[in-house]
Design a protein around this ligand. Structure first.
Ligand SMILES: NC(=O)c1ccc[n+]([C@@H]2O[C@H](COP(=O)([O-])OP(=O)(O)OC[C@H]3O[C@@H](n4cnc5c(N)ncnc54)[C@H](O)[C@@H]3O)[C@@H](O)[C@H]2O)c1
Length: 255
């Protein structure tokens, strides 16, 4: 276990029960952070927390639906009561609903925008209020925030909002000594998109056309998030770090 970094000591991670969020939580705990795992399913979270504790790390769970934004202040207060402070927040939980924007329903719009954008903002707002000695927030955007993959227009719209929200919040909280950045992953294999990667032709296309010649895994994303939470990025705020194996600069899309 490495020494606890001052700027990375107590971090809340949303969507920590699986995929990228789980990998992030495990990585932060491995590097000495006390992690607070947030997702809806208490059993899934328990498994992650147990694994972290068995490896010598420190993890607690908070099982709730983050779209219940009225809970956010109470959640952040609770973490501070238990730990003395909150220094980091990783807004990772996200969802998608496929379909043309011509046909997308108001219900799908609310589901995606409420989780990806609204809950992210109000959780960040609650975190900022308790980060008395400064801190860092990292939001998970997406390649789709830059270029739109056909069929995920709603998701792309939400992630573009995450990117601009990151910049705007960074400006609004800078005077409090809080930094806000985003990581934009490319094609990362998780439960989120498992159905996509079962389509052989699509998987092959991505592997061929990603300059680094492979799909990403959650562990490919964790280092960038730890960096943006930690002291090595002390002069970086309002930035978006793309972690995509080179897809964005190559501007090639599978559809
Ligand atoms: N996997 C990719 O290729 C990829 C690419 C770019 C961006 N992203 C983004 O990365 C993030 C994580 O993606 P993933 O692939 O690990 O997803 P995932 O579906 O595997 O995990 C999502 C996590 O969010 C949690 N969650 C969902 N709704 C919630 C709610 N209402 N309240 C609390 N927790 C909730 C889930 O329980 C789960 O822990 C998302 O924001 C996603 O948009 C993923």
């Amino acid at each position: 276990m490495k020494q606890v970094e001052e700027s990375c000591s107590v971090v809340a991670v949303t969507g920590a029960s699986r995929g990228i969020g789980r990998a992030v939580a495990e990585d932060l705990a491995h590097h000495g952070c006390w992690v607070w795992l947030i997702a809806r399913d208490v059993n899934d979270l328990d498994q992650v927390a147990t694994k972290i504790r068995q490896s010598g790390g420190r993890a607690d769970i908070l099982a709730y639906d983050i779209t219940h934004i009225e809970e956010a202040p109470r959640i952040m207060d609770y973490i501070v009561q238990r730990t003395g402070r909150l220094t980091g927040l990783v807004n990772n939980a996200g969802t998608t609903r496929r379909g043309s924007l011509v046909e997308i329903s108001p219900e799908a719009y609310d589901e995606v925008m409420n989780l990806n954008v609204k809950s992210l903002l109000f959780l960040s707002q609650a975190a900022v209020r308790v980060m008395e000695t400064g801190g860092a927030i990292v939001n998970i955007a997406s390649l789709n925030a830059f270029d739109v993959l056909k069929g995920v227009g709603l998701y792309a719209t939400s992630k573009a909002a995450v990117m601009q929200l990151t910049r705007a919040l960074a400006i609004d909280v800078a005077e409090r000594g809080i930094r806000v950045n985003a990581v934009a992953p490319g094609f990362i294999q998780t439960d989120f998109n498992a159905a996509l990667w079962n389509r052989h032709e699509l998987r092959e296309w991505v592997e061929t056309n990603t300059p680094l010649k492979r799909l990403g895994v959650p562990e490919d994303v964790v280092g960038s998030i730890r960096f943006l939470l930690g002291a090595d990025s002390a002069f970086i705020t309002g930035s978006v770090l793309v972690v995509d194996g080179g897809v964005l600069p190559s501007r090639l899309w599978p559809l």
